[in-house]
Design a protein around this ligand. Structure first.
Ligand code: ADP
Ligand code: MG
Length: 295
């Protein structure tokens, strides 16, 4: 049997039963955006990790090292946001091919450090080793969240309203445009390619949702709306209805669809790497949250 036979999530389901040998302190293990750990005190510790592989997740000629460094950290901060948390410390492990220059690596760290400064996240350690071909970047980030304010995937309730904290489809459209012709894409659709290359973790939005007390479940849409909504539904044992006419889509998505001969709704529904949050909220709180976000 190959990984492709059961998929990433089939594989994760197989390893989950082996994962816990010491239950004490484990509030949430495999199955959410972060592991949630009770270290005693008012807050839980959050831990998340993400792996970026050259040619699988990014191309070296699409962006400079700073942009790649920022993105590598941003996708981890996004998982902290998905749990309603505040980032604390990052650990960066690199497998470096021999042709990469020190100047390039300096740029990578400048990118990570600048995003770290923005969100108050230290770069506190890691590991460095060689790689035979591609550059591999693994980042682990810790965070904290008040014990009463954690946002999980498994706590959505029937009757909740589904919201997203940013437009849909831009990152996937940006990726398809970059794959076709990265120079032309950046000229014609800078907003879409920018969204793909430089995602912003929605930590402020997460704070509003978690502090409101009305957010019942949340996830970041790294796999895309359809997959990530399914993760919330499966974990919460609920179903969901989406109203396509209400989808907030990125402005130039229709133009990009015409340019590439693709249906923009496919990007909006199934496109991944959307580092906005998908959340379910108490329907009574919709207006109040709208006002809080507008502010
Ligand atoms: P996200 O997209 O939020 O980073 P993933 O879809 O990558 O989350 O992972 C889903 C869950 O499975 C998470 O709880 C993650 O920690 C866990 N997970 C993923 N890969 C592995 C692995 N190789 N070993 C153990 N747990 C894993
Ligand atoms: Mg996630």
């Amino acid at each position: 049997m190959k990984l492709s036979d059961i998929g990433e999530f089939g594989f994760i389901d197989r390893i989950e039963p082996l994962s816990i040998v010491r239950k004490a302190g484990v509030i949430k293990g495999i199955g959410d955006d972060c592991a949630v750990i009770d270290m005693e005190g008012e807050d839980y510790l959050l831990v998340t990790t993400d792996l970026l592989v050259e040619r699988v997740h990014y191309m070296m000629d699409w962006a400079g090292p700073r942009v790649i460094g920022e993105k590598a950290l941003a996708v981890n901060l996004s998982d902290i946001a998905a749990c309603g948390g505040t980032p604390m410390d990052a650990f960066i492990s690199l497998a470096i091919p021999s042709d990469i220059t020190i100047e390039w690596l300096d740029g990578l760290y400048e990118g990570m450090a600048s995003l770290g400064r923005k969100y108050n996240c230290n770069l506190l350690g890691g590991d460095t080793t060689g790689s035979v071909s591609d550059l591999i970047i693994n980042i682990t980030v810790t965070g904290r969240v008040n014990k009463n304010k954690v946002l999980y995937r498994h706590t959505a309730q029937p009757g909740d309203i589904i919201i997203v904290t940013g437009p849909l489809g831009a990152s996937a459209a940006g990726l398809d445009l970059l794959l076709k012709d990265n120079r032309e894409a950046r000229d014609l659709f800078p907003q879409l390619t920018e969204t793909h290359l430089s995602p912003r973790p929605h930590l402020e939005e997460a704070r509003i949702l978690a502090d409101s007390g009305f957010c019942r479940a949340a996830i970041d849409m790294s796999d895309g709306l359809s997959s990530d909504l399914a993760h919330i539904c499966e974990a919460s044992e609920v179903g969901a209805v989406l109203e396509q006419s209400l989808f907030p889509v990125a402005e130039s998505l229709t133009d990009a669809g015409e340019y590439l001969g693709k249906d923009p709704m496919d990007w909006a529904l199934h496109g991944g790497e959307v580092y906005a949050l998908l959340a379910t909220i108490d329907e009574k709180a919709l207006d109040e949250l709208r006002q809080a976000f507008a502010k």
